[in-house]
Design a protein around this ligand. Structure first.
Ligand code: FES
Length: 137
């Protein structure tokens, strides 16, 4: 095998693996793996939670993503994308949750707005009393 043949065979092998991964990954939906019986409180005066004092900030806690929208509303949904379980992030300027793995998007209620996910994120209740943000199911 000469150099050109060798490089060609590696390229073909790598390409085959990438294609196989995409076919497996792009067709799998895990559905809802959302935490149940959720009830916890975040003290917004604590440094670990300070990001929620800023509109557009978000954090992860207890399997949820908790965000403060650009208009100042608190929202919470299950953090694991219902496609393959990657943690979603919050895009305040688009007012949506976004999965960086394959690009699924969810509105602030957790409903799917773009696939490949086809199951919504679970939405949780939020209640702010003083500096204490309660998140519960
Ligand atoms: S894991 Fe595939 S879109 Fe989220």
């Amino acid at each position: 095998m000469n150099r050109k043949e060798f490089l060609s065979s590696i390229g073909m092998a790598t390409g085959g693996i990438v294609v196989a991964t995409c076919f497996e990954g792009c067709s799998k939906n895990i559905g809802s793996t959302a935490p149940s019986n959720v009830d916890f409180t975040l003290d917004l005066t604590q440094p670990a939670n300070a990001v929620l004092t800023t509109n557009g900030g978000y954090l992860y806690s207890n399997g949820l993503i908790v965000a403060k929208t650009i208009t100042g509303n608190f929202i919470a949904v299950s953090a694991a994308c219902t496609h393959e379980g990657t943690s979603v992030n919050f895009q305040p300027n688009n007012n949506q949750f976004y999965c960086p793995n394959h690009g699924a998007t969810f509105n602030t209620s957790g409903a799917v707005t773009k696939g490949p996910a086809n199951t919504p994120l679970r939405q949780y209740n939020t209640s702010l009393v003083g500096n204490n943000l309660r998140i519960y199911s």
